[in-house]
Design a protein around this ligand. Structure first.
Ligand SMILES: C[S@@+](CC[C@H](N)C(=O)[O-])C[C@H]1O[C@@H](n2cnc3c(N)ncnc32)[C@H](O)[C@@H]1O
Length: 412
């Protein structure tokens, strides 16, 4: 077994790594290294807790546990049975295991199937417990007590290197807990927050309108940012006042349960989040009208209203129903964001309708948004050309598997 080089890894949607690294640095992380799809970092355990509770961009936070060289799957199994799994989980805990392949040679005889590698590691854990405790723990896919991630990469001493990590979160962090109503093609919560940071939205100096708010993701993320409300606020609320269902898997890990100092820090972090949520909602009350959402569709607006209600922000954020091509900016400098339909259905005539929509937005901004800013987020890359405005900046990022662009426009 080798010592891993970093203590933690935070994953994020591709394209947001740089933004995530800044966020983690602000939370106290050190020795930050950006890799595709995430950021490696070091820091006191409290920094990892802060990342879980306060990062708007991270999808998950992992703690590195072990790294070892292996030649093939059988070798992997044998090396894994040497790990003292008892120190990481109890036999009564249910667990989930995910194996991913990182940088591997294209042509290879071993490690051709990540499911098979996953099975080998699961067998190693179960056989370890059978040997030491006569019983084996159960696997649970949806609500496990413990969640591990294993990653196989190209090795040095042997052809492959395996890295085992604790997934400290369980459910992905972008699941804030407010999305109770969905529409087609919603933007992920952390992608929306990341876009607001990428385009440097400053709530103190710019009002915010989402002209095609769909289920309300951008408006909710904008409101949370403007008010300084932690993205984990609903999970924290459920942890403190809910039915007892655990909101993060790290609550079961000796990483927390055996560390009195960390437990005290966690308690304090939760108290601070509850307090800042109350203050944040008060602040939003005073900002009425400065952050708003709009959509042409009644169905989308119903889902936005439900999600705002779940986020307890329905009384501070206004929604309207209109075509985005007739909306005007506020008196204050305004950032106007639009995430138009991508044209996922490719129905007959859809392409022409989309062209009219994107071109109409461009024309409308050109004539009515002088002195303001606009941003388009879309997975339909050819449509950006149709807008007919000069972009001041473009960013590439992924919403799930879809390659998207954020185009920024400074309108003079
Ligand atoms: C891709 S969805 C937006 C998803 C949203 N960002 C979310 O996270 O739920 C596109 C939205 O644009 C709306 N829309 C389409 N044409 C519109 C128009 N001309 N004006 C306003 N909204 C429009 C649709 O009703 C739909 O809700």
């Amino acid at each position: 077994m080798k010592k891993y080089n970093y203590e933690y890894f935070a994953s994020c949607p591709s394209g947001l790594e740089e933004i995530l690294s800044k966020e983690l640095a602000d939370l106290g992380a050190s020795t930050i290294v950006i890799v595709r799809g995430g950021v490696q970092f070091e820091g006191a355990h409290e920094v990892a807790l802060k990342a879980i509770l306060h990062s708007r961009i991270a999808s998950r936070v992992f703690k590195y546990l072990f790294q070892f060289d292996v030649s093939n799957e059988q070798d992997y199994y044998l090396a894994a049975t040497d790990i003292k799994w008892k120190s990481l989980m109890d036999v009564t805990h249910t667990f989930r295991l995910t194996t991913i392949f990182g940088d591997l040679p294209f042509e290879r005889e071993e490690f051709r199937n990540s499911q098979f590698a996953n099975l080998k590691l699961k067998d190693a854990i179960c056989d370890y417990f059978r040997h030491h405790e006569t019983v084996r723990p159960s696997v649970e896919k949806d609500f496990p007590d413990i969640s591990f991630l294993a990653r196989i990469d190209r090795g040095q001493a042997k052809p492959y290197v395996a890295t085992i990590m604790y997934d400290l979160c369980g459910d992905s962090l972008n699941q804030r807990g407010y999305r109770v109503a969905k529409i087609e093609a919603p933007v992920k919560e952390n992608v929306a927050a990341g876009i607001l940071k990428l385009i440097k939205w400053d709530p103190e100096t710019e009002d915010f309108i989402d002209g095609m708010c769909g289920s309300g993701t951008f408006v909710i993320e904008a409101a949370l940012m403007a008010a300084g409300i932690a993205p984990s606020f609903l999970r924290v609320d459920r942890h403190l006042h809910g039915s007892g269902q655990k909101q993060w898997t790290f609550l079961n890990y000796p990483w927390l349960t055996k560390d009195e100092e960390l437990k005290a820090s966690f308690k304090k972090l939760l108290e601070d989040i509850s307090e800042s949520t109350i203050k944040g909602v008060e602040k939003l009350g005073k900002m009425k009208g400065r952050i708003s959402g709009n959509d042409i569709s009644e169905v989308s607006l119903i889902s936005a209203r439900e999600n705002l209600k779940k986020a307890k922000l329905d009384h501070v954020i206004q929604l309207s129903q209109a075509d985005a091509r007739v909306l005007n900016p506020n008196k204050n400098k305004t950032l106007f964001i639009c995430n138009p339909p991508y044209g996922e259905r490719l129905e007959h005539g859809e392409d022409e309708r989309l062209k009219a929509l994107y071109q109409g937005l461009g024309d409308h901004w050109k004539h009515n948004f002088k002195g303001h800013r606009a941003a388009l987020f879309t997975g339909n890359l050819p449509m950006l050309k149709v807008v007919g405005l000069k972009t001041s900046k473009k960013h590439i990022l992924y919403n799930g598997d879809i390659e998207c662009r954020v185009a920024e426009y400074n309108l003079y």
